[in-house]
Design a protein around this ligand. Structure first.
Ligand code: 3VV
Length: 257
């Protein structure tokens, strides 16, 4: 049923066939890097590219809101200023870029906003499925594509409790998976986590602000190795360390073709 739905959708979304064909024809990460970045992932704004006649705007869930603490806002301002400063200097895209954060990964794909209304329309990204501001995952990711690294400013809310007053290890793992997966995804197109190794060094208090620093270690064919450190905002305290392996896949893999 899902497969039929997907195939029917392919016929109606103007850009999807191009996306689909290129995905299935790319064998290695190396080959697909530039193609995905420039043409297929919604990294600059889908509405500019799409011919779809209806609204294709997705809400960006990583905008500052009233739940953000002063510390969260400060760190956000620091990285946001880097994005703006470098953009002004060069007159074009800066080295740092704030990434949008949608509530479905499908929305990063060209035509995906429309597809998301058709395919399992009630599905939501795990980290963006609680509507109360500040209650769970408050975060924003900045990408430095040249240096192949990203940072995430994360303010865990009260619904993420594990040990009393502190963040659940699974919630930290979720954020590590999200941030390393986002980096791998922006560098290589669609990826899935194959392996995630985590060492928890010190507990994270609920409502505090931490920074996830993620960097590309190496690429071997379709294997993308990424590492991540979770620290206090001044980096004086190490909370968590992790390494992750992502595998680039063809979109058809998820839809049975
Ligand atoms: C979806 C797109 C996301 C991108 C978004 C970018 C934009 C940002 C947007 C929004 C942010 C949100 C980001 C969220 C991120 C969350 C990600 C997840 O949580 S993913 C769910 C959990 N993961 C699974 O459910 C996988 C289940 N596993 C599988 O499906 C397969 O095992 C898979 C695809 C991982 C590998 O498939 P095979 O095993 O058929 O692949 P073979 O071709 O055999 O292996 C390739 C190489 O990888 C090695 N390999 C495979 N698994 C390994 C493992 N576990 N450990 C070590 N090596 C492994 C193999 O030995 C092989 O190596 P040799 O080429 O021979 O050198």
């Amino acid at each position: 049923m899902l497969r039929r739905c997907f195939q029917a959708a392919l016929r109606f979304i103007p850009h999807w066939p191009a996306l689909y064909q290129d995905v299935v024809s790319q064998q290695t990460v190396g080959k697909s890097l530039e193609i995905w970045q420039t043409a297929h992932w919604n990294t600059r704004g889908l509405s500019k590219m799409s011919l779809w006649p209806f609204s294709v705007k997705s809400r960006d869930f990583s905008q500052p809101n009233a739940s953000w603490s002063a510390e969260m806002q400060d760190v956000y301002n620091r990285y946001n200023a880097l994005c703006e400063a470098e953009t002004e200097e060069s007159g074009k895209t800066g080295t740092w870029r704030k990434l949008p954060s949608y509530n479905r990964t499908l929305k990063y794909v060209r035509g995906g906003v429309c597809l998301s209304k058709i395919i399992q329309s009630k599905s939501r990204l795990f980290t963006r499925n609680i509507k109360d501001l500040g209650a769970a995952f408050e975060y924003v990711v900045f990408l430095n594509q040249q240096e192949k690294r990203c940072v995430c400013v994360f303010q865990p809310g009260h619904l993420l409790e594990g040990p009393p007053g502190h963040v659940h290890g699974g919630a930290i793992a979720t954020m590590i998976d999200t941030v390393t997966g986002t980096l791998a995804g922006y560098l290589a197109g669609p990826v899935m986590t194959a392996n995630l190794n985590i060492n928890y060094r010190s507990p994270v208090p609920l409502g505090s602000v931490v920074v996830l620093h993620s960097a590309l270690d190496r690429v071997e064919g379709k294997k993308i190795f990424v590492s991540c450190r979770v620290t206090s905002t001044d980096e004086s305290k190490l909370h968590t360390e992790a390494t992750a392996l992502f595998i680039a896949f063809k979109m058809g893999y998820l839809f049975g073709s």
